[in-house]
Design a protein around this ligand. Sequence first.
Ligand SMILES: [Fe+2]
Length: 311
Amino acid sequence: MKIFDFSPADHCATYAERGWVHVRGGLTDEFLAAAQAQVAERRAAGPLSGQGIAGAKEQFVFEFAEAAHYEELFDAVAAMCGLDRAGLTLSERHIKSYEPDAAPYPNAHKDRFASQVSMGLSLTVPEGSHLVLYPENDVWENPFLDTALRDSLEPDRVPEVVLQGATEVAIHDEPGDVVVFRGSAMWHLRRHSADTVNIYLKFNDFGCDPLGEDPSTARRREATVAALAGSVDGCVPALARRFDSVSREYRREGWPERLFAHVWGQNRFPVSEDEVAVLRAVDGRATVAELGLDLAAVTRLARRGALDLLP
Ligand SMILES: [Fe+2]
């Protein structure tokens, strides 16, 4: 079973120019029917919960039926959006089922940093429900992996202010449609979303997967743990898929300065300046030996989940 019924490369120029694409009937009939069936089954199993998953929407992780589906998705995103195929990561794969009482006119938002490309697969779209994109105004990447963006903005920078008079693109999608846009950069929202059901897929080509929803993220972690049993000299270190950031902190009891690494799914842990230098040096291409990295630092960061070790 194929997911898509169109040639992604045909939309490459449009995406490059506008930053969004709407493909009517872009899903195969088979995939649409199978996805709708999965929603019906999963509805009975209870909502997805966890750090970073918020909002007035019922959400589930969508399970693709075939391993080849992930390859098809990555091929499509690379061809359509010009992303680096080798680095592509699927950072979310959620079914979103909007509540019957969802606010009809929500504020616009940007998706998290890991959503370099956001893709919506429309499954159920009641009359009037539509996606609104702002592709031309205040387009900049949300740097946050969590929900901090809104609170970080001064009152004159919130979307309700900066989007006054902005160009709105209203996408009245139908079941079987595919919408792709720069999710972390463009403000967007869904109006009259009640009872709409979509699969939302988020992609980036920089190995970022805070929720660990790319099936290869767990495999990478297992391979890293296995590599730690031997010599790491010949391994290629990369920022771990679930690594978020390093912060410098001053606690009120005497204001001691501390550095902390933040990795999704675990508490922050202290790191040294030298370890931060290691995190900044890795590029996912050169080996530990080639970069001349401190073995103890690499080992500790990998054990703690801040680095992945690739063969
Ligand atoms: Fe969004």
